[in-house]
Design a protein around this ligand. Structure first.
Ligand SMILES: Cc1cc2nc3c(=O)[nH]c(=O)nc-3n(C[C@H](O)[C@H](O)[C@H](O)COP(=O)(O)O)c2cc1C
Length: 345
């Protein structure tokens, strides 16, 4: 092929940069809609995959029977590939993997910590590809040695459970070292296509977005949950704060609300009870751990955006309206193509 036969348009450049990631996912474009508990169910997942992206079911705390039904229902809505996100701490993890195998799910995403013994092997034996989250370069290398097929790097700008490091720093540290070994998808804080183009240029195979897809028309999130997203700006999406080192708090990024303030008050109250010897350590820690139980469901499904957990990333300020997921995807792709074209000019 001589030089003049190469299509130098922005969209052709974008397609070339996404080729590896899209081939890995089996989708048209290398954009994943990251699993979001209660939000990423059959409707959003199927709509994302039908639009040419890659949807991922959030298993969360679902039972084996519920996941079985959810996968079957998603397959009824799309014949395109989609993935299933399983939380490694789920007590029935191996049975959930079996259900994915029964449905010949092509990609299983393991979230919430390092994969327990035997889980990678079980997923691969079912014929599915395994995607894991890599919080550091050392763990990324370890996961690759263990046989994962692809990695997601997620920075602290993201909605939901987060680590301490930003997406841009993780991408700079991890991509140059491993992007040739396995496809790497970048997540956290991506709201526009220009950022997608940037990470692809740095060697990413693709990206994963969550926050940007919550207000898709096809998302079943409660209208009040969507409205909270549309109203919010980046600085409203804050990480939960731990106020006492004795009481562990899992960092979660969510919109500021009364529930968050009461949580801080609760930590103070429990810490004081500990000081006074009124409660034992285990009991105190459990009180903190259980505080948010069911809170995401209350916000997403019931619309209690004041006391529920409105998990959202910092890109929430770039969510300005409810629109079909195909339109969101088209906008992101157009912005990315334009950015690549402008850079080349
Ligand atoms: C409401 C909400 C719920 C989420 N639930 C999960 C989950 O169950 N499992 C998971 O691996 N990630 C979860 N995430 C993270 C997303 O999959 C995705 O990686 C993240 O949203 C990407 O960053 P962004 O929000 O900046 O786009 C959740 C995110 C949000 C906003």
């Amino acid at each position: 092929m001589n030089d003049t036969s190469i299509d130098r348009s922005g969209s052709a450049r974008l397609a070339r940069r996404m080729e590896r990631g899209a081939a890995f996912l089996g989708s048209e474009v290398a954009i994943m809609a990251g699993a979001m508990s209660w939000v990423s169910e059959r409707n959003l997942v199927a709509a994302m995959s039908n639009a040419g992206g890659f949807g991922v079911i959030a298993c969360g705390a679902m039972t084996v029977e519920l996941l079985d039904a959810e996968i079957a229902a998603t397959k009824a809505l799309t014949d395109k590939p989609f993935g299933v996100n399983l939380i490694t701490m789920h007590p029935d993890l191996m049975a959930l993997i079996e259900v994915c195998g029964k449905h010949q799910v092509g990609h299983v995403v393991l979230a919430g910590g390092l994969p327990p013994k035997g889980s990678l092997e079980a997923i691969k034996a079912s014929g599915a590809k395994v995607i894991c989250f890599a919080p550091t370069l050392a763990l990324a290398k370890k996961l690759i040695r263990s046989g994962v097929d692809a990695l997601v790097i997620e920075g602290m700008e993201a909605g939901g459970h987060i680590g301490p490091v930003s997406t841009s720093v993780l991408a700079q540290e991890i991509l140059p070292a491993i992007a040739n070994d396995v496809p790497v998808f970048i997540a956290g804080g991506i709201g526009r296509g220009e950022a997608i183009a940037g990470y692809l240029d740095m060697g990413a195979a693709g990206v994963q977005l969550g926050t940007r897809f919550v207000c898709a028309t096809e998302s079943i999130a409660h209208p009040k949950f969507k409205q909270a997203f549309i109203r919010a700006s980046a600085r409203d999406a804050v990480a939960s704060v731990q106020i006492d080192p004795r009481l562990p708090v899992i960092p979660v990024r969510a919109l500021k609300n009364a529930g968050g303030e009461l949580f801080t008050a609760k930590q103070r109250e429990v810490a004081q009870s500990l000081d006074e010897g009124a409660v034992a350590m285990a009991e105190a820690q459990l009180a903190i751990e259980h505080y948010w139980a069911g809170a995401l469901r209350r916000a997403v499904i019931d619309g209690d955006v004041e006391h529920g957990s409105v998990m959202a990333g910092q890109s929430v300020g770039m969510v300005t309206k409810e629109e079909p997921i195909a339109d969101i995807l088209a906008t992101l792709m157009a912005e990315a193509a334009q950015a690549l074209e402008a850079r080349a000019a």
